[in-house]
Design a protein around this ligand. Structure first.
Ligand code: KG4
Ligand code: ZN
Length: 373
């Protein structure tokens, strides 16, 4: 079976063709994966502007889809199904992909498979590395999400922790903007941090021990200890972002630089490294706590921030010490792409997930859910 995947949830217009293989451990093969990034458009504004994003998706979608067929060396008639990101994401952006996928499905007479964007990120782990031993703990960490899932079976996800405020990628982007590093901020901070001193600034690690007014949905407690876990697996990054802001302001004052002036390159690298250390420590302390509590047989880390070199290195050394299999996507599959959507579409198809032509884009779509009509 061969599926075309379409992804337009944020600021990447992407299409990919993925085929099934005979191999149980590596069930999918990427025949093509085309991504048109809008980063250059949004950079000017310091972040994604939803209106501009949806307009650019409209301009790019036809060319991106056609190129995915050319690169896979196939015709329309070689496709067996159309998979598309239904949500979560920016509604105007999602709508372009969903409308396009519905037209393709109707005109070619192919099944339409709605895919949850976060499930796509998780399948990016399987595309290249094979199935995760279960039960698994998976951290999805991106520009819009920082969520920890207990995964007892394929395609079954129980939320055990999530951010109470900013997503980790959002924190990278906001701190990068504060430091004058442009958008997207994650890769810029990652690069600069390599030459910085990660202990030069002692930014705080948020501790969440009490439910508060930001308390979210009831989290999974498969082993019945939700009150013990409350807060231990949740994340918060807005306090860290504020600390960086205060630190930058106080350094500017100390050096007599005005609000528009820059700190030295060395100082910016030191702040980047210190900030990144705290984000990574926050992410991994909760994640490995979850591994322990849930007796996970493997760990997966997916989403744009999983491209972060320190997160990858630290996760690898911690996993190795525990003898725990660690699954990470290659850099090209870490950030938004359509190969992961096509792969998740194949899994959904076999699980009986099929959408009617009336399906709609859904801006807030919890992992594990779809709207079929
Ligand atoms: O998964 P993704 O492409 O889009 C969403 O679904 O949000 O993630 C994008 C996020 C951005 O916030 C970006 O700054 C971050 O991933 N990111 C990184 C790195 N590469 C991308 N963050 C830290 N280090 C990186 N190397
Ligand atoms: Zn994403």
């Amino acid at each position: 079976m061969r599926v075309i995947g379409i992804e337009t949830s944020c600021d990447e217009t992407a299409a990919a063709v993925v085929s099934e293989t005979e191999l149980k451990e590596r069930p999918w093969r990427i025949d093509s994966s085309v991504i048109s990034s809008q980063a250059n458009i949004h950079r000017e504004w310091g972040g994604v502007v939803p209106e501009l994003a949806s307009r650019q998706h409209i301009r790019d979608i036809c060319g991106v889809v056609e190129r995915s067929l050319v690169e896979a060396q196939i015709q329309w008639s070689d496709l067996d199904a159309v998979a598309v990101t239904q949500g979560p994401g920016l509604i105007g952006s999602l709508l372009v992909g969903v409308a396009f996928a519905k037209s393709l499905s109707a005109s070619l007479g192919l099944p339409l498979i709605p895919v949850n964007h976060l499930a796509g990120h998780i399948e990016s782990l399987v595309v290249e590395n094979g199935t995760l031993p279960k039960p698994a703990i998976v951290l999805v960490v991106s520009g819009g999400h920082t969520s920890l899932y207990f995964v007892p079976e394929d395609n079954e996800y129980r939320l055990v922790g999530r951010t109470r405020d900013d997503a980790a990628g959002e924190a990278f982007d906001k701190v990068a903007a504060l430091l004058g590093l442009g958008y997207p901020g994650g890769p810029a901070i990652d690069r600069l941090a390599k030459s910085g001193d990660d202990f030069s600034v002692d930014f705080p690690i948020a501790r969440i021990t009490h439910p508060d007014r930001n308390d979210g949905p009831e989290l999974a407690s498969p082993l019945g200890f939700s009150s013990v876990l409350k807060g231990r697996m949740e994340f918060s990054f807005s306090g860290l972002k504020t600390s960086v802001k205060r630190h930058v302001a106080s350094r500017r004052t100390a050096l007599g630089i005005d609000e528009t002036g820059s700190l030295s390159a060395v100082e910016v690298a030191d702040i980047s490294a210190s900030f990144q250390r705290v984000v990574v420590e926050t992410l991994l302390s909760r994640t490995f706590e979850a591994v322990k509590w849930f007796g996970a047989k493997s760990l997966g880390i997916a989403g744009g921030v999983s491209a972060n070199s320190r997160l990858r290195d630290d996760a690898m050394s911690r996993s190795e010490a525990l003898g725990l299999p660690l699954f990470l996507p290659s850099l090209s599959l870490a950030t938004d792409n359509a190969a992961m959507i096509a792969a998740a579409g194949l899994r959904n198809f076999h699980d009986g997930v099929k959408g009617a032509l009336s399906i709609d884009a859904v801006a807030s779509l919890p992992l594990g859910t779809h709207q079929f009509e």
